[in-house]
Design a protein around this ligand. Sequence first.
Ligand SMILES: C[S@@+](CC[C@H](N)C(=O)[O-])C[C@H]1O[C@@H](n2cnc3c(N)ncnc32)[C@H](O)[C@@H]1O
Length: 224
Amino acid sequence: MRMLSEYSRFFREFRRDFHHTGAILPSGVFLARALASGLRGPRTSARILEVGPGSGAVTRVIVKRMQPGDCLDAVEINPRFAQLLEHRLQIDPSLRGNRDQIRVINAAIQEVPGESQYDFIISGLPLNNFTPDEIQSIFETLTRLIRPDGLLSYFEYAFIRTLKSGFVGRQERQRLQIIGKILDGYLHKYQVRRNHILLNVPPAIVRHLRLKPTTGESSSNLVS
Ligand SMILES: C[S@@+](CC[C@H](N)C(=O)[O-])C[C@H]1O[C@@H](n2cnc3c(N)ncnc32)[C@H](O)[C@@H]1O
């Protein structure tokens, strides 16, 4: 029942604000697990930033992997999603036990102040919907906010730019090409790992990047 109401809520926001929502449905559990995979295993306590939590599908998996001493800031541009998440923190059994460790911030990520604060950034932003300028400013913001050696994990739907390019006009094709180039530039320099998630609608690729590497870890594009 919760799933149904979450899906219909998400679909409503998709229709109301396609640019920012970017998907018909919330992420599936396999995608959410891959996005939060950096939090697994023994580690010291961490500051975690989730960008674009939406209805909380990925938040729930992040929370499962949180340790005592961790804290999570969830930054959401859509006030209705931010309100929904605040509400879920009070009533959802998988979230409410950790609600003292979680802050929901209703803002665009580009407005979040500060520098080198987060060990992990997990992003659900629909990058393919954005203009090249938006992508640049988002990546500049994430680079500013992440700590040296911090891990950024984000996803994109597999082949979506190539598939879309066949059906759209020249201007849109150009936009997709430019954002593809910007993203490839970041991946080439900073990607340390990627996961192919076939069990998602649509299939997705999760990218893990160290935007401020301090060690010799290479961008080997390892598939795991
Ligand atoms: C594709 S949905 C992902 C939702 C959720 N993480 C999931 O995977 O199911 C993208 C989310 O990013 C939010 N968003 C879009 N642009 C944003 C921005 N500049 N700052 C913060 N949130 C943003 C949208 O409102 C939406 O909730």
